[in-house]
Structure formats: structure tokens, C-alpha cells
Design a protein. Structure first.
Length: 108
């Protein structure tokens, strides 16, 4: 068993977004993404994976293949890793989200 207090690894820096690995298993990888207001992550894909997005605080917009979706704490979103993925914090407060990638054995 592995237990982590998310507040102990949650970091914010106005100069760059943070992406911290929380868990890594044979078929899954969980990351904590943090964005300060105005920050974004460049569009990218995770081919071959299903992705579970779990916003923890704040609000952000995510563009999935040119469709905009608002991410809010308390919601869960399941996306196909073949879609372009680009979170943006347009709000005035910090944003944090758990990202769990589930895929083939030996996640990288």
C-alpha cells in the first residue's frame, strides 16, 4: 500500500506549471497537475491510454479535439488518450487536478 497526502506535494509557481507523479503501477500512472491563473499545458496526446480527470480545486478549461469543457472540483471526466489534451486556467485562483492514465502493462 502507498498513501500520499496531496497537500504535501501540491506546488504552484507562476513561472511554470507543475506535474508531479503520485502513483505508478503496471497499468496506471497518476499525476497531480497544478496551474496558477493564466497557465496552460501545451496540447498533447496519450495514445493507447484512457484518462480519468479529477479536478480538486479551482476551475480550468480543457480543450479536447477543439471542444472546450470546463473542469470543476467534484467532477470526474473520462477521456480517450487519442484526443488532444490542453488544460488552461482562465480563473483567478490556483487549479489542481489528478490525472490517472490507464493503459497497457508497463505504463511510461
Amino acid at each position: 500500500m502507498k498513501q500520499i497526502n496531496l497537500e504535501s506535494i501540491e506546488k504552484y509557481d507562476p513561472a511554470k506549471f507543475f506535474r508531479v507523479e503520485v502513483f505508478k503501477g503496471e497499468r496506471l500512472r497518476t499525476l497531480l497537475l497544478t496551474l496558477t491563473p493564466g497557465q496552460s499545458v501545451p496540447a498533447h496526446r496519450h495514445e493507447g491510454f484512457e484518462i480519468l480527470l479529477e479536478p480538486l480545486r479551482g476551475e480550468a478549461e480543457i480543450v479536447l479535439d477543439k471542444e472546450s469543457v470546463t473542469l470543476r472540483a467534484g467532477e470526474l471526466i473520462l477521456v480517450d488518450g487519442a484526443n488532444d489534451f490542453a488544460p488552461v486556467n482562465h480563473g483567478s485562483v490556483n487549479f489542481a487536478m489528478l490525472i490517472t492514465l490507464v493503459g497497457p502493462l508497463s505504463c511510461n
